[in-house]
Design a protein around this ligand. Structure first.
Ligand SMILES: C[S@@+](CC[C@H](N)C(=O)[O-])C[C@H]1O[C@@H](n2cnc3c(N)ncnc32)[C@H](O)[C@@H]1O
Length: 206
């Protein structure tokens, strides 16, 4: 997987990639529902070169952790942000299915994942994702997961994906997490293809 994603990010400019989101509006609308402080820890898993980090920094969040399996992706994001801004973010290259760094974190107030989970096809990989999430997200903390919906594409970036709806995601997270809000959102790739997503916001029970 690492080789695949390194190749994806090395092969094109980020804004030409099918996953590129000029403005992360759906995530922003869910973040606005979270009762978190600007110095609470926000973890973006599978951050890639996402524009969400730009938004979070502009809003004054000062405890952001950006995780991706691809070093190239994170380097491109750091370059776009520039040295001053990128020094405000903690950067971690790690594979969430074999975590050696992310699982050492704790007290995460907001876990954000746009389009990582749906690439985890094996039960073992999903179990690892969930084990890390449960280990690091604090009680009362929030989890935003956006995946291709049941109406969505079956492939992305040349890889098969697993499709979800809010119920499947709620079952996946289990009783410890309460579904706060969800909506369907159609994203259009830079080449104009439709990508139906489901966006979900959960809160961990106290
Ligand atoms: C479709 S992209 C989404 C990127 C970003 N969240 C966005 O919205 O633009 C999926 C991202 O997940 C990362 N990824 C895939 N498998 C991963 C894994 N096992 N652990 C960590 N990151 C992974 C990829 O490198 C890629 O950046």
């Amino acid at each position: 997987m690492k080789g695949h994603w390194e190749h994806v990010y090395a092969s094109k400019e980020v804004d030409r990639l099918g996953l590129y989101e000029e403005s992360p509006e759906p995530s922003i609308s869910l973040i606005s529902r979270c009762h978190i402080d600007k110095d609470d820890t926000v973890l973006d898993v599978g951050a890639g070169a996402s524009t969400l980090i730009d938004y979070l920094l502009d809003q004054g969040y000062n405890n952001i952790i950006s995780v991706d399996i691809s070093e190239t992706a994170l380097q491109k994001l750091r370059k776009r942000l520039g040295e001053e801004k990128s020094n405000l973010v903690r950067w971690i290259t790690d594979d969430i299915t074999k975590s050696v760094h992310i699982d050492k974190l704790s007290g995460i107030a907001l876990w954000h994942d746009r389009a990582l989970l749906h690439f985890l096809l094996e039960e073992r990989e999903r179990e690892m994702y969930l084990a890390v999430l449960k280990k690091v997200v604090r009680k009362g903390g929030y989890v935003i997961i956006a995946t291709f919906s049941l109406m969505g594409a079956k492939k992305c970036s040349g890889l098969n994906v697993m499709n979800y709806d809010q119920k499947i995601l709620a079952d996946f997270l289990g009783d410890d997490f309460e579904l706060v809000e969800y909506f369907e959102h159609t994203y259009y790739t830079p080449s104009g293809e439709e990508r139906p997503y489901v966006y979900t916001l959960f809160q961990r029970k106290n």
